[in-house]
Design a protein around this ligand. Sequence first.
Ligand code: PXG
Length: 463
Amino acid sequence: MTAITNHLPTEELQRLDAAHHIHPFSANHDLGTEGARVIVRAKGIELTDSDGNQILDAMAGLWCVNIGYGRDELAEVAARQMRELPYYNSFFKTTHVPAIALAQKLAQLAPGDLNHVFFASGGSEANDTNIRMVRTYWAMKGKPEKSIIISRKNAYHGSTVGAASLGGMAGMHAQGGIPIPDIHHINQPNWWAEGGDSDPEEFGLQRARELEEAILSLGENRIAAFIAEPVQGAGGVIVAPDSYWPEIQRICDKYEILLIADEVICGFGRTGNWFGSETMGIRPHIMTIAKGLSSGYAPIGGSIVCDEVANVIGADEFNHGYTYGGHPVAAAVALENLRIMEEEDLVGHVRRTAPYLKDKWLSMTAHPLVGEAKIVGMMGSLALTPDKPSRAGFAGGTGTAGLIARDRCFANGLVMRHVGDRMIIAPPLVITPAEIDTMIARATIALDETYEILKNEGLLRAA
Ligand code: PXG
């Protein structure tokens, strides 16, 4: 059998990939004809593909490579940990140093009394933990009927059965027999798409009050928790109006329901604070973490849990755990990632650089296709529209412009993701002002080309 290396021709790699590798969130038959892009190496904020093209990665992989690619320190730590203790677990009254050290570090970084960590291998698993943990918490407090978790439409919380049930993506709920029972979804605070003629702040309040309405109609005695991303990521970088989060916090406090902040994207500096909850001024009982925790160098996630919840569930056996939860190599890599983030003051770098990025990003609204530009720290979105005043979608359906723009970005050496007709960035946090200029220049060319294509193909029509 031939060894599969970077040196095989791209077509051969693509053929083998299409023959044997099922891709997530992809129509795999299409990959057989079009071929997947093969990424072979990366450094800083730049990827190299198997044809030698250099591509600026404005998505930090999948919103995760916060410290940028190619940091040798992480490779060294992983190798050292593999030699010393490649695997052990924390079941059955055992533990190991990387998990102890990482849990202690996270307790120090997390706000308030979020002092306890349950580890997983990623964000989906961590959210599955959260479902079982909050229900167990209420059951142990003698209120097993408090089992409903309220979430939001167009939220993304992962792809396992539990996490996808929490998520509010219609396309996901259509497959595989989800949601599980006792998950309820309220509307999202997406003024651009759903706000109609209302004032954005008034709309934000209305959408927050849907939580209160849901609590009252389902029964206060039935609600275990509310889960939300501080800024919706995969849903399109939807930033709630300022009125939204204070009202959500008021409602959670009033009805004493647990607040779970899904920090998988917003955590670890993305919004200009260690956690998005701090940026949005909320006080969660549990935070879901993954991605930026290890900058994607190793698969690790978890739930950071407040004293009260940890104390209550600690009174009996919590029958839950993953073989690789708190994996020593992943934990050691995460610790080193956090050490670098602190030593290089990456959160401070985001705060210092974000205003520059924001200025450039908001100026994109001058482009004929861009109706709205939103940005928090280093996550931003552009809403593309054929008609700015009415905020209309495209007559050709959702994604008409987004897909073309995504491809034009690739062709111009830029990874920018599309969600329908929203274009998204979440670059590595180490991005410099000069690199921001390059990113914006490429994005602008891609949008210009998208506009021309839409015009020439008669697609620039409002739905
Ligand atoms: N919560 C949030 C808020 C996420 O963004 C998860 C949970 C699940 O984490 P894991 O580690 O199990 O994938 C995520 C993941 C996209 C995209 O295209 C977003 C995610 C994953 C894959 C693709 O925007 N977010």
